[in-house]
Design a protein around this ligand. Structure first.
Ligand code: 5RP
Length: 260
C-alpha cells in the first residue's frame, strides 16, 4: 500500500515531469531515512534518479558532508560528486561502505532487481556488496512483482574477446534467442562500459525470470561473462515515487519483504 508523504522543498526550480517528480520523491525519502549523521562513507549509484539523491544529500548541509566521503559507481556519479563539491573516495580505500543508494531498472516483490540499463552494473554490484545497507530508488514504473515484466532484457557485461561466444551460448544453451550486443546511438559501435567491456541485453521467459538467482548463476558460469545485471538478495529497501505524490516502500524485516 502506498504511504502518503510530505514532499520536501526541492532546490530544482524548473517544472519537472511526473516521472521526474516520482524519482525525486523516492530519492529524497530514501536519503532522509537512510543517510544519517553517523554515516561517513556513502556509495553513490548511477542513472537518472541518482542526481536527486545527491541533491538531497547536499541539502543536509556542508557541516555534515565535510566529514563524509562519497564513493562513485562510475564516471557519471564521479562527476556528480565532484560537481556537488563532495569528497570523492574510491572503493579500494573504502571497501566497507555505510550506505549505498542506487537506481534500478526493475525491482521484484523479493527486492531482487535488474540493473545495468546504464552499463554500470559491475561497479554497482561491487558497491552494493560493500555496503552495510543497500537501498534502491526508482519511479513507480520499476515496481513489479516479477523481474522482466516491463524491462526488456538482462544486461550482461562481457569481455570483448568473448562476446560472440557468449551470445551463441545465450541463444542456444540458456534460452535467450533474442540476446543482442548493445550498440551505441547512431550505430557508432558497441557500448563500452567504464571497465572497457561490452554489454549484451538478454531477454528471458517470465518463467526463467521468476528464479533470478538460478538464472544469474547460470549466466555467470559462461566463460567471458564479467557480471550479470541481476542483483539477488542484496537490497534492504526500495523506494518508489508514485504519480499521486506518495511513496511505496519495500523493505526487509526479519527476512520477510514488506510493502507499504
Ligand atoms: C545503470 C543502472 C541504473 O541505476 C538503472 O538503469 C536505473 O536508472 P534510472 O534511474 O535512470 O532509471 O543500473 O547501470
Amino acid at each position: 500500500m502506498p504511504v502518503p508523504t510530505a514532499p520536501a522543498a526541492p532546490i530544482t526550480t524548473a517544472k519537472l515531469s511526473v516521472i521526474e517528480q516520482s524519482k525525486r520523491l523516492a530519492a529524497y525519502t530514501a536519503v532522509d531515512q537512510h543517510i544519517l549523521p553517523k554515516h561517513k562513507v556513502i556509495g553513490i549509484g548511477s542513472g537518472s534518479t541518482v542526481p536527486y539523491v545527491v541533491e538531497r544529500i547536499v541539502q543536509q548541509g556542508e557541516e555534515l558532508n565535510k566529514g563524509r566521503v562519497f564513493v562513485p559507481t562510475g564516471f557519471q556519479s564521479k562527476e556528480l560528486i565532484v560537481e556537488s563539491k563532495l569528497s570523492l573516495g574510491d572503493v579500494d580505500q573504502f571497501p566497507t561502505i555505510d550506505v549505498t543508494i542506487d537506481g534500478a531498472d526493475e525491482v521484484d516483490s523479493e527486492l531482487n532487481c535488474i540493473k545495468g540499463g546504464g552499463a554500470c552494473h559491475l561497479r554497482e554490484k561491487v558497491l552494493a556488496e560493500a555496503a552495510e545497507t543497500f537501498v534502491l530508488v526508482a519511479d513507480y514504473r520499476k515496481n513489479v512483482q516479477y523481474l522482466g515484466t516491463n524491462f526488456p532484457g538482462v544486461p550482461i557485461e562481457v569481455v570483448p574477446f568473448a562476446y560472440a561466444k557468449v551470445l551463441q551460448n545465450l541463444h542456444h544453451r540458456l534460452g535467450s534467442p533474442n540476446a543482442t550486443l548493445r550498440m551505441a546511438k547512431a550505430k557508432a559501435g558497441p557500448v563500452v562500459s567504464d571497465n572497457g567491456n561490452f554489454i549484451i541485453d538478454a531477454p528471458f521467459s517470465l518463467e526463467a525470470m521468476k528464479d533470478p538467482f538460478t538464472l544469474m548463476a547460470r549466466i555467470k558460469m559462461l566463460t567471458g561473462v564479467v557480471e550479470v545485471g541481476l542483483f539477488c538478495h542484496m537490497a534492504q529497501a526500495a523506494y518508489f515515487g508514485n504519480q499521486d505524490g506518495s511513496v511505496t516502500v519495500k523493505s526487509r524485516l526479519e527476512g520477510e519483504v514488506i510493502e507499504e
